[in-house]
Design a protein around this ligand. Structure first.
Ligand code: ADP
Ligand code: MG
Length: 322
């Protein structure tokens, strides 16, 4: 075999896996067998389905060399959790495939700390993985559960329904812009928070699964992600630009820039969902109770395409403004 996988061992007594990733108590009795055997065994509760998603972060593509390992671990788990949130699923288990150029115990220490901190918050058991040598690449597969037929898919939006967004948009894009422009200063660390440590909207997703007709998490920008809902639902939409919830960090920017960041920059990991108008009040109240804001940003129309009033146009090449 030419493509032999090289494994990494820290020393003879403790393998890297045992030192950093094994031996933790499980949060769930459904975790029948965790790290340490040939495979994990997980029990799906009766009348539930397994929900899976996987995401990879590659050094040089998704993050810069020298990025804080604790923040990387947070983001790796958070972006996966965001996908579960967008289905309305409850997170349960994760597997982790790590490709490392070398064994750097300080890096692993910080990485595992970041991972288990967020895992604890959502009671996620790390049940397995794989560890190999190579260019720094982080892959996490998340596993959740959801009652049969309770999931919210991208399809399902119908004419007359309201288009809603959780919290606010644009802060991650703003942080990335600051980073790329090399803006320094004490405020940068604070501004980077939304980019480095997005908060997955798990609790909102669980509430919304009883109400939303279609849902997606905003990873590529509202226009692109709402576009997926429209396409899969076979509908169009009217967008109310004045109703887009702009993150407070952006309020000093020119209006055009605010809209560009909020609508096209992505990485905010908020939820975009559609609701029948009679559900609006109940859902807004429910979300408010868990500390989540909600804005109505438009309406589903039968006529295809995404439309709005005003001069603003996305500057990104390749965006299909039909
Ligand atoms: P195998 O050769 O059978 O794949 P490994 O030595 O790769 O066994 O893994 C041993 C155990 O450690 C398995 O339970 C595997 O799931 C787990 N494991 C390996 N790497 C990781 C990791 N990065 N995080 C969590 N568990 C891991
Ligand atoms: Mg293996």
């Amino acid at each position: 075999m030419t493509n032999r996988k090289s494994s990494i061992k820290v020393d003879t007594e403790f393998s890297l896996i045992e030192r950093y990733f094994a031996g933790r108590d499980s949060y769930h009795s459904d975790t029948l067998l965790s790290v340490g055997d040939d495979a994990a065994l997980l029990q799906i509760p009766q009348n539930h389905q397994l929900v899976l998603s996987v995401d990879t972060l590659v050094e040089g593509t998704h993050f810069l060399k020298g990025a804080d390992p604790e923040a990387l671990a947070h983001k790796l788990l958070a972006v996966n959790l965001s996908d579960l949130a967008a289905m309305g699923a409850e997170p349960r288990w994760a597997t982790l495939a790590l490709t490392l150029p070398e064994v750097d115990s300080q890096w692993l220490d910080h990485f595992s700390r970041g991972l288990f901190l967020l895992a604890e918050r959502y009671q996620i058991d790390l049940v397995g993985g794989d560890t190999t040598r190579g260019p720094l690449t982080l892959t996490l597969q998340i596993h959740g559960i959801i009652p049969l037929s309770a999931e919210v898919r991208r399809r399902g939006a119908k004419p007359g329904e309201q288009i809603c967004v959780t919290n606010s948009l644009g802060a991650a894009g703003f942080a990335l812009q600051q980073l790329l422009e090399g803006e320094g200063g004490a405020s940068v660390a604070v501004l980077q928070q939304p980019l480095d440590r997005p908060t997955p909207q798990i609790e909102a997703g669980l509430l919304l699964r009883n109400h939303a007709t279609a849902m997606i998490d905003i990873s590529d920008g509202l226009l692109a992600d709402l576009g997926h809902i429209l396409e899969q639902s076979g509908v169009g939409a009217w967008l109310e630009l004045d109703a887009i919830p702009i993150h407070p960090y952006l309020l000093d920017l020119p209006r055009v820039q605010q809209l560009t960041l909020a609508l096209t920059a992505g990485e905010d990991y908020q939820l975009c969902f559609t609701l029948s108008p009679e559900r609006l009040e109940e859902v807004a109240n429910g979300l408010a109770e868990i500390g989540c804001e909600m804005s109505v940003v438009g309406e589903i129309r039968s006529q295809s395409g995404l439309h709005w009033e005003g001069e603003w146009r996305p500057e990104k090449e390749g965006f299909q403004h039909f």
